[in-house]
Each structure stands twice: as structure tokens, then as C-alpha cells.
Design a protein around this ligand. Structure first.
Ligand code: SAH
Length: 273
């Protein structure tokens, strides 16, 4: 059914002889264009005041971009992988032209884009939303704020507190470095073509943690291993690490991954050394 949607749309568009100004939705790039102005404006308004450097990921046809431009942010750049969208944007927004990076967000070295820390905004391509988050974590010294639209289910996972089925690897890793706010649920109908699932906007704000109080690589590893066997107690799930069970962590090991917060994963990681 969905493929039919894309095919018909692309057929109609290819028959209109105005390809210059068109963007055909491409499934493999996760292109679902927001069509509702009110929603677009609302998302842009979730940016905190005073943002000086901003990167929009996947502007597409620029529905968010137009409202961002109104904010006159001193250094605003967009990164878009799709050439057709880039051409469209340059046509529609001449003032944006030199601020469009045609590239893959997952491959760009984010340290060199701005002079200082920056914020990220976007209706993210859902096929790479986890990878976008991991990229943000990798460059967390540069990325202060993220206002992003994700699949609702992913947004809920990121924002979920411990003790909840939705709580998982992404929640712990992002919550270690960002404070998360779930802001708004968005229905399928405001996109074209409509996605299969609901969406949600969340905001991530960098917390004060510069370095975790434990070996960070090991922490990531522990969290992943713990959740890969989330039904087991941590004592069993983490067997391969040969835990030294001191007083501090005995109680933690009786629990399951989803019951532990960031601090407790740090305690366990410290006990591995
Ligand atoms: N922001 C637009 C488009 C959202 S669809 C809107 O709200 O309507 C997701 C956008 O991300 C598409 O324009 C797609 O081409 C772009 N995109 C997909 N993968 C990307 C990547 N790896 N790097 C940069 N942009 C990407």
C-alpha cells in the first residue's frame, strides 16, 4: 500500500513538467514532508531563546526552515543529503544558499561546522534516528540542545524513566548526558506521504556532566549487554564481565536493567575495574 503511494506520487510528479521546483518523496531517505504550518511553527518555537548557532538536519522542502529564518539566528546552517531538496531549497530561499551543506549528517565532522557550541533541530529521517542520536552523543561537547521529531515510540524510549518497559539503551545513554523533555505528539496526517506511525517532538538539553565517573566505553558496553538480556537479573546478564560483588552493588545485581538509572549503571561499571 505504501509503495503504491510513492509510485503514484512519483508518477504524477514526473508527468508535471516542472521538475525544477519539485521534490519527489524518497522512501529510502525517510522523506515524509510536514505539511501543517501550525505544527512547523510550534516545533521551531521549542528552540530555547538565544540560540546563536543552529544546524537543521534534513530540511527537505523547508517547512521548518522558513520559520527558523524568521528568527534571525546569527549562524544557521542546514544539512540535506538529497540533491533534489537542496535544489528546491536554494530556489525557494535565496538567502539560505550558502548555508546549505549537501551531505550525509552521519558522516560530517561536527566540530568544524560552527565556531562554538550549537543546537540541532529537525524532523529527522526515521530510518536513521538512532544513529543521529549516537552521533549527537559522540559530539556532545559541541551539541548543547536538540529539538527533534522522532517516531513516537523512539521519542518515548529516549524520554522514559527507569522502571518502564520503554526504558532501554537509548534512554540510559542519552540521559547520561542530556536532560530530556517530551513535548508533543504529532499525528500521521500532517505529513505527506503520511508515515505509518505517530511522531513526537522532544527536546534534549546538555546536562552538567562532562565525564562519567567511570570508564565510558565500559559503561556503554555494560548498558548494552544488560539490556540485550533485559529479562535476566543483572548478575546473570553481566556474567561475562566477571563482576566483583562488593557491598555497593550486591543489591543492584538482583535487579533487571530496566530498573536502574544512569547513576546505578555507573556504580556497576566502577565495580568492574
Ligand atoms: N524537515 C522536512 C523533511 C523531513 S523528511 C519536513 O519537515 O518536511 C527527512 C529529511 O531528511 C529529508 O529531506 C531527507 O532527504 C533528509 N535526510 C535523510 N537522510 C539524511 C542524512 N543522512 N543526512 C542529511 N539529511 C538526510
Amino acid at each position: 500500500m505504501r509503495n503504491v503511494f510513492y509510485s503514484i506520487w512519483n508518477l504524477i510528479k514526473s508527468r508535471q513538467n516542472s521538475s525544477k521546483a519539485m521534490v519527489h518523496p524518497k522512501k529510502h531517505l525517510g522523506q515524509h514532508f510536514l505539511t501543517d504550518q501550525h505544527t512547523a511553527q510550534k516545533i521551531v518555537n521549542f528552540l530555547p531563546d538565544g540560540v546563536k548557532n543552529l544546524l537543521e538536519i534534513g530540511p527537505g522542502k523547508g517547512i521548518l526552515t522558513q520559520y527558523i529564518l524568521e528568527k534571525q539566528i546569527p549562524d544557521f546552517q542546514v544539512i540535506e543529503i538529497d540533491k533534489e531538496s537542496v535544489d528546491y531549497l536554494s530556489n525557494q530561499f535565496p538567502t539560505l544558499q550558502r548555508r546549505i551543506i549537501q551531505d550525509d549528517f552521519l558522516k560530517v565532522d561536527l566540530r568544524y561546522l560552527f565556531d562554538d557550541k550549537f543546537a540541532i533541530i529537525g524532523n529527522f529521517p526515521y530510518n536513521i534516528s538512532s544513529q543521529i542520536l549516537f552521533r549527537v552523543l559522540e559530539f556532545r561537547e559541541q551539541v548543547e540542545v536538540v529539538v527533534g521529531m522522532f517516531q513516537k515510540e523512539v521519542a518515548e524510549r529516549i524520554a522514559s524513566p527507569p522502571g518502564n518497559k520503554k526504558y532501554g539503551i537509548l534512554s540510559v545513554l542519552t540521559q547520561a548526558f542530556y536532560q530530556i523533555e517530551y513535548l508533543s505528539t504529532i499525528k500521521e496526517g500532517v505529513f505527506f506521504p503520511p508515515p505509518r506511525v505517530k511522531s513526537a517532538v522532544i527536546r534534549l538539553k546538555r546536562n552538567q556532566v562532562e565525564q562519567l565517573a567511570c570508564d565510558e566505553k565500559l559503561f556503554f558496553e555494560v548498558v548494552k549487554t544488560a539490556f540485550n538480556q533485559r529479562r535476566k537479573t543483572l548478575r546473570n546478564a553481566l556474567k561475562k564481565f566477571r563482576l566483583v560483588e562488593d557491598q555497593n552493588i550486591v543489591n543492584l545485581l538482583d535487579q533487571r536493567a530496566e530498573q536502574l538509572g544512569v547513576q546505578q549503571f555507573i556504580e556497576i561499571t566502577r565495580a568492574l575495574k
